[in-house]
Write a protein that binds this ligand. Structure first.
Ligand code: ADP
Length: 431
């Protein structure tokens, strides 16, 4: 059975049961109340008759007295143990009408104990009850129509957003597109919120897909250039052989340069493709000054450039040593590549954090490029990179590493004067 039908049936049934229960309750309460009232009135009448009888004597017209106490449609009987002594009854009394009666003892005019019995027709009450019953049945039947329609509307209200969602998902699955649902602006209910969340999810998926596509096409484009260079020099060598030593030397040098550039790029791509969620990060308390000095010494030895550290001895930071080192290497390597002079590494303590600034005095970065520096394959200028052999992946990796370590990176730069990259590193474990 469809969910819509189930909701429809169940709500209609429930409402009907409630309606019938309420109407039956009303009927039975009225029934009890009406008969009770009649019975109490009869009882009061009998009491009054009993006290009147005790004051009468032989001369009184008893028929007249009894008639005075007789209910409108009813009768009064006076009887002793064997037979009826006296009886008055209304002319309207009929044998088949419903009645109530009340019997009680009384003192008769001759001093003996008799029973007085008052009988009253309740035909009027019964007919009022009959009318009430008819009204309630009609009301129940008439009320079924709006109940039926309301449950139909309820089913639709609940299922419409779900049906929309299903349709959109089906379309996305069959066409491979990232379909979104048209949502009315005002809708704030839970089901509309599900649709809204679905739209957000689809948008994110689409963005991820586009990023992935971009990444793959960038990566293949970047790898194509060195491969073409290698291929063309290798072909040149094949054609000319090693007769011309100069050409051979140049070709081999180009092949070596491009293949190491490719090697570096592949390593960087692998680094970026790592599943960051499963990366093991080992946070420890690191003594800052010795750590920075070690990093600077390694860079100095590799590149024969001066890396000057300015850090207070007693400072500690909370980070993963290997990952932070990798992050610093990327920034220091850039500082070296894009400048000719020495590179400075400053550390400043600011309450919960330590700021580590890597400052160079090189070419600088135009302001409009700064917001894009951390995007994959983003490079400020092609020709700069040809010379330095960059791939545009270094800062993207630095950004990922910083994210893992809870570090933020700020960039300041002036063209022709140099750049500084400032890391805000936590001193304690972050909540
Ligand atoms: P690359 O491998 O090309 O250096 P990065 O992602 O490390 O890739 O850097 C992206 C771009 O930012 C580079 O093209 C470079 O021009 C610029 N850049 C990065 N660091 C500096 C710096 N210290 N000085 C000047 N330009 C820089």
């Amino acid at each position: 059975m469809r969910l819509k039908t189930k909701i429809h049936l169940l709500t209609t049934l429930l409402m009907l049961v409630m309606l019938v229960a309420t109407n039956s309750g009303i009927y039975f309460l009225y029934d009890k109340f009406a008969y009770n009232t009649e019975y109490k009135q009869l009882q009061a009448r009998a009491n009054e008759l009993s006290s009147t009888l005790s004051q009468l004597n032989e001369q009184t017209n008893l028929q007249q007295v009894l008639r005075a106490y007789m209910p409108t449609d009813g009768a009064v009987y006076i009887y002793d143990e064997q037979h009826v002594i006296m009886k008055v009854q209304s002319t309207l009394e009929m044998p088949d009408v419903p009645y109530i009666s009340f019997t009680m003892p009384a003192i008769w005019i001759d001093g003996t104990v008799v029973q007085i019995k008052l009988k009253q027709s309740v035909e009027e009450v019964a007919s009022t009850l009959g009318l009430l019953k008819a009204i309630l049945v009609v009301v129940s039947i008439v009320a079924t129509i709006p109940i039926f329609l309301a449950s139909l509307a309820l089913g639709r209200l609940i299922l419409l957003p779900l049906e929309r969602l299903n349709k959109t998902m089906l379309k996305s699955a069959t066409t491979g597109t990232y379909e979104k649902i048209d949502i009315p602006d005002k809708g704030r209910d839970e089901l509309t919120n599900i649709n809204r969340t679905f739209n957000i999810m689809m948008e994110k998926l689409e963005q991820h897909y586009q990023k992935q596509q971009q990444f793959v096409s960038n990566a293949s484009h970047e790898l194509k250039t060195p491969i073409t260079v290698i291929e063309s020099y290798a072909k040149l060598l094949l054609r000319r052989g090693f007769d011309n030593k100069e050409v051979a030397q140049e070709s081999l040098q180009a092949i070596v340069n491009e293949s190491s550039r490719m090697h570096e790029m592949v390593l960087q791509l692998l680094e970026l493709a790592k599943n960051k969620e499963h990366l093991d990060v080992h946070f420890v308390q690191l003594e800052l000054a010795p750590f920075l000095n070690k990093v600077a010494t390694q860079m100095q030895q590799a590149y024969h450039r001066r890396f000057i550290v300015d850090a207070e001895m007693s400072n500690y930071i909370y980070s993963d040593e290997k990952m932070l080192k990798q992050l610093l290497f990327i920034l220091l390597d850039n500082a070296r590549k894009y400048s000719e002079r020495e590179v400075h590494i400053h550390a400043t303590d600011i309450s919960e954090y330590v700021l580590i600034t890597i400052q160079d005095f090189g070419v600088g970065i135009p302001t409009e490029h700064i917001p894009h520096l951390f995007e994959r394959f983003y490079r400020v200028a092609e020709d700069r990179n040809r010379k330095t052999g960059g791939s545009g992946l270094g800062l993207a990796i630095a950004h990922e590493l910083a994210g893992q370590l809870g570090i933020t990176i700020d960039v300041e730069s002036t063209i022709g004067e140099g750049s500084s990259f400032t890391l805000r590193v936590p001193k304690e474990e972050q909540q």
